[in-house]
Design a protein around this ligand. Structure first.
Ligand SMILES: Nc1ncnc2c1ncn2[C@@H]1O[C@H](COP(=O)(O)OP(=O)(O)OP(=O)(O)O)[C@@H](O)[C@H]1O
Length: 247
């Protein structure tokens, strides 16, 4: 039982962006994938979701290989994209019902959870609203509510904190922690390391398409020679210098 990305190479027609990426997430573990803009974080996620074709390697979740059984694999995954993807003609209530149908959830139990989640994000009186009426942050909250409702084994989250108010960020972090305590797996990409650290035990630094180092934020600090008084965001300056040196 784990997510295993092994020797993954891939990218877009004719170009290799990701090179020999290896990552494992055990049940009850959240991994933060970090790196400069363009390092390949979203590309890794696109591979994980089966949206683009890998060039080499394997991805398996709980023993199910993505390439061999994509339907079964995807049933175990929920995804929160950086930019919310909602159906313009469906209300919040209908989005919730769609998730129940897609993931084969028990409607009665799922509605109890859905109300809980909607209340947490102050959406409980907006069940009949259409996406056009929601602000950017509200749309993001709808994605969070529907993804956590799915109760999947693996939660993939791209830049979770964009556009959320501090209250919603705190609730989101609590939900991730709760999922981890329930032995779920979480993969999140983020630039907001201080906040991510509250929910994530392990980070992996993606640099130029390869994993440069993996470990706790402390171990990553050490790897890049950061002192205790350095802000963790200095990591990005170091990665940038490395990249300039590389080019
Ligand atoms: N659809 C695409 N077609 C071709 N190249 C792409 C495409 N999307 C991304 N790339 C390239 O792949 C590389 C990695 O991009 P990716 O979006 O994975 O980076 P990222 O780490 O997620 O960056 P950010 O922090 O900005 O979201 C970049 O060089 C980018 O130009």
């Amino acid at each position: 039982m784990a997510l295993k990305i092994e020797h993954l190479s891939g990218g877009y027609a004719g170009t290799t962006v990701i090179k020999d990426v290896n990552l494992t997430i055990e049940p009850g573990q959240a991994l933060g994938l970090i790196g400069l803009n363009g390092a390949g974080k979203s590309t890794t996620i696109k591979h994980l979701l089966g949206l683009i074709r890998m060039q080499k390697g394997t991805i398996s979740l709980n023993g199910v290989q993505l390439m061999q059984n994509p339907t079964k694999f995807k049933q175990m995954v929920a995804y929160i994209p950086e930019t919310p993807i909602l159906y313009p003609e469906l209300t919040l209530k209908e989005h919730i019902e769609l998730v129940m149908l897609t993931y084969g959830l028990d409607k009665e139990k799922a509605w109890v959870r859905a109300h809980e989640l909607c209340k947490m994000f102050r959406l409980d009186n907006k069940l009949d609203w259409l996406p056009i009426n929601f602000s950017k942050g509200m749309k993001q909250k709808v994605m969070i509510v529907t993804s956590f409702l799915a109760d999947s084994d693996l939660l993939v989250i791209d830049e979770p904190f964009t556009g959320l108010d501090p209250l919603a960020v705190a609730n989101f972090i609590d939900l991730i922690k709760q999922a981890v305590s329930q032995k779920k797996m979480v993969l999140m990409t983020t630039h907001v390391l201080a906040q991510a650290q509250e929910a994530v035990q392990k980070f992996a630094v993606l640099n130029n398409g390869t994993i440069e180092v993996e470990g706790s934020l402390e171990q990553i600090r050490k790897h890049y020679g950061l002192s205790d008084s350095d802000s963790i965001d200095r990591l990005y300056q170091i990665l940038n210098q490395e990249q300039l040196h590389h080019e």
